[in-house]
Design a protein around this ligand. Structure first.
Ligand SMILES: [Zn+2]
Length: 557
């Protein structure tokens, strides 16, 4: 059955008293989608299996990867998909894994007093360079504010300072973090890419710095020191590069705010005052008048990790593709909990999303192939900086210009059914209308993410595709619970962030209530199925940063 449901996308009238009504009413013809046959048993069993200790936290390049990718491909086959890469279920993703050892303390000399900071508790550092021994010795320290060089905004924290061979000290997030509204040089309260730590290191490397240390601060970073520590210790993965990371800084890392405050004080500076100064346009970098030394040794291992890919060929337009993505990897062995448990099992993050790929594949096959082809892509190394999705997007098996759009799933909320879903990047693309249509039957609503300052838009695999123009939607079950409202939802979310997220206690729980998850899964199904049945090519909204990239990509196809 294929009826057309006309959805009229009306101009936003949210501003009461606003008299200007835009002329253009876009109309989208969205196909109606029959209720899917989704298996809670599949969700439960695969989540439990992938997050069991036998998979050792699914770090790329480990025995846990071997088991996980084997399981996912077997389940794709059982569901009735075809291998997505010719005869193969896999796409090799060349990575280099670097494990640091023999880390020295971080010593600081030359100020009013000398300091020695401990690895792990005071600072963490890693090297992107494939060198067996890396050291920075007596390197001049410079505070470069937010470490942003944004010519299009007339902002350069590196203006008039030469940081070659020096150690730059950087604030996390961006200068208008902490404002109430979304207006401002850097998106107001919302984080821009300039606020992400990945950007800070990229820019420090472009400036020729020897080392880059970000001052940790829980609010603007959006997570506590425990998360920094668990994510930065143990093996770190990078994309293999021809020059072995020679264009990178020698060392990148984080330092606790208390330690940074001591360094500033020893230079006769006040950290809090400098943090305020860094928010102002025209901020000038500050010489911290001290020298940093730190060293470590690297165990270097080249490894081909794997994306797992299955496809359901479209019935009438098989060369047009809709893509579902979820990362299968997690952190592996990590900092032990007080009870000695050192496996970061990643049950919610993201065994649930991986299980969802299989449950969706089953439901798609049962419903019969849609008009367009559907790709199910379980990517590696998300936790190492979206490396698997980035690799696929840069080396696509199916052309991105022919990829209509997609849905990313990363960590299902386990707090029970919610009346809302939260969209990360709401307002960016026409896929919002698909989502609204999919929610309608169950009377649910789509809300914009409440905390754009946390930069979630840059923190999962949809971003790798968006960056290259493919419209992707990323949403999660919301926090307005059917039972207990927002109070209950916020408490559950806080419990997850404080006690489980990226720690050994993100474990499978046989007492979980899956009703909320299954409701969310239905929405993921419906949005993707609509994309796979329509003849439309949903685009980024006018003015969105990715629209021009998409238009160019489509024009070339
Ligand atoms: Zn995740």
């Amino acid at each position: 059955m294929k009826r057309s449901l006309l959805i009229f996308v009306l101009p936003a009238l949210a501003l009461a008293g606003c008299t200007k009504i835009e002329e253009e009413d876009a109309t989208l013809a969205l196909p109606e989608v029959a209720a899917p046959d989704l298996s809670v048993e599949t969700m439960k069993s695969i989540t439990e299996e992938l997050s069991s200790d036998a998979y050792e936290g699914r770090a790329p390049g480990t025995a846990g990867e071997e088991k996980a990718t084997k399981l996912i491909s077997a389940k794709f086959a059982e569901a009735g998909l075809e291998p997505g890469n010719g005869d193969s279920w896999f796409q090799d993703v060349p990575l280099v894994g670097i494990t640091a050892k023999n880390m020295s303390p971080l010593t600081i000399r030359g100020g009013e007093s000398d300091f020695s900071f401990d690895y792990g508790s005071d600072y963490v550092v890693a090297s992107y360079q494939e060198q067996p021994k890396v050291e920075v010795t007596d390197s001049d320290m410079v505070f470069v504010g937010y470490g942003i060089n944004a010519p299009e905004r007339g902002w350069n924290d590196y203006a008039d300072v030469d940081v070659k061979g020096k150690t730059v000290v950087i604030l996390v997030n961006d200068p208008d973090f902490g404002t109430e509204s979304l207006d401002g040089e850097f998106g107001g309260r919302a984080m821009t890419y300039y606020g992400r730590w990945t950007y800070k290191y990229e820019e420090a490397a472009r400036q020729g710095a020897a080392a880059a240390l970000i001052i940790h601060d829980t609010d603007p970073a959006a997570y506590g020191w425990n998360v920094v520590e668990s994510s930065w210790t143990g093996e770190q993965f990078y994309a293999q590069s021809a020059n072995g990371g020679a264009d990178q800084t020698k060392l990148n890392g984080w330092i606790q705010k208390e330690a940074a405050a001591k360094i500033f004080a020893a230079a006769g500076e006040d950290l809090a005052a400098q943090m305020r100064a860094a928010k102002e346009k025209g901020f000038k970098a500050v010489d911290l008048k001290q020298k940093a030394s730190v060293s470590l040794e690297n165990d270097i291992k080249k490894t081909d990790s794997k994306n797992v890919i299955g496809v359901l060929k479209g019935k009438t337009r098989p060369d047009e593709y809709v893509i579902y993505t979820a990362h299968w990897d997690h952190l592996g062995h990590c900092k032990p909990a007080p009870d000695g448990d050192d496996i970061c099992n990643g049950a919610i993050d993201n065994a649930t999303g991986t299980a969802a790929l299989v449950a969706l594949a089953e439901a798609y096959v049962k419903a019969g192939a849609p008009d367009r082809s559907v790709i199910f892509l379980a990517v590696t190394a998300e936790e190492s900086g979206l490396l698997g999705s980035k690799y696929y997007a840069e080396n696509p098996i199916y052309p991105l210009s022919q990829t209509v759009g997609g849905v990313n799933m990363d960590a299902f909320a386990m707090a029970g059914p919610a009346t809302n879903v939260v969209v990360v990047g709401k307002g960016k693309s026409e896929l919002d209308a698909y989502l609204e249509a999919a929610l309608k039957e169950d009377g649910r609503v789509a809300e914009a993410e409440p905390t754009p300052e946390k930069g979630f838009y840059y923190r999962s695999d949809h971003f790798s595709f968006a960056k290259l123009g493919v419209p992707m939607i990323y949403f999660e079950g919301g926090e307005d619970m059917v039972d207990g409202g927002r109070e209950a939802g916020e408490a559950a979310a806080k419990d997850y962030t404080d006690n489980r997220y990226h720690g050994p206690k993100d474990e499978y729980d046989p007492n979980w209530d899956w009703t909320g998850v299954m409701g969310d899964l239905k929405v993921y199904y419906t949005v993707g199925r609509m994309m796979a049945m329509t003849e439309d090519w949903p685009n980024w909204n006018e003015g969105d940063e990715f629209r021009a990239i998409r238009d160019k990509s489509r024009a070339g196809s």
